[in-house]
Design a protein around this ligand. Structure first.
Ligand code: FES
Length: 107
């Protein structure tokens, strides 16, 4: 888990999946989420595995979130704004979900 080196000096508020969070003015969204202790921001559309920001520079696409109703925004390339509403993205249910009790995971 990442943590901030300094206390937030110019706080701005946003929500992630309905949870109120604070960021430093100028933070990129992925940074703010990781610093707030968020473990993952989306689930794989193929395996349903949790995914989290990885490269933090717009290359890996592991940080996709929905920002103010717009899907597939790269959190590492979006600056946090006051009142922003951010939602995690959940992958499609696994095609095997109905056969293995609902989890959709292979052994
Ligand atoms: S963390 Fe890799 S594209 Fe955002």
């Amino acid at each position: 888990m990442l943590s901030r080196l300094r206390e937030i000096e110019q706080p701005i508020s946003f929500t992630f999946d309905g949870v109120q969070m604070q960021a430093e003015r100028g933070d990129m969204l992925a940074t703010a989420l990781l610093a707030a202790g968020v473990d993952y921001v989306r689930r794989s559309v193929v395996s349903d595995a949790p995914r989290a920001p990885y490269c933090l520079m717009g290359v890996c696409f592991e940080c996709l979130v929905t920002v103010d109703g717009v899907q597939n925004r790269q959190a590492c390339l979006v600056e946090v704004e006051e009142g922003m509403t951010v939602l995690s993205q959940q992958g499609a249910s696994h095609p095997m979900a109905s056969l293995d009790g609902g989890e959709g995971r292979q052994p």
